[in-house]
Design a protein around this ligand. Structure first.
Ligand code: MG
Length: 110
């Protein structure tokens, strides 16, 4: 199953309209608020469940959607150079982390 988040053309258009209407400074405030709400939902879920039984709750899903929508708005106002940098950094950081996992699995060699 493919798990890549895809953004429809209508979603991209809506995000552009929203951030153009409210402006980047205001929307950055909302990004902070939404990230805070997601943090709170995660903390609540972790408190509610046994450590090995924590799952993605409905509250978390709602806040993930809110955060995702805000990030999608930021993407809409990025320059092509910033967008390319974003994708380069995603590839770089994922590769770095998976290499760390392989190192942990194979033990450190020094
Ligand atoms: Mg929210």
């Amino acid at each position: 199953m493919e798990r890549v988040f895809k953004m429809s053309e209508s979603a991209q258009t809506a995000c552009k309209e929203i951030i153009d209407h409210y402006g980047l400074p205001k929307q950055l405030d909302i990004v902070v608020e939404e990230c805070s709400e997601l943090t709170k939902a995660i903390c609540k879920a972790k408190r509610r469940f046994e450590p090995d039984k924590v799952c993605i709750t409905t509250d978390m899903l709602e806040e993930i959607v809110d955060v995702q929508i805000m990030l999608m708005q930021l993407i809409q106002v990025m320059s092509p150079l910033e967008y390319d940098y974003l994708h380069g950094q995603i590839d770089y950081k994922l590769k770095r982390q998976t290499e760390r996992i392989r190192q942990d699995e194979g033990g450190h060699i020094w």
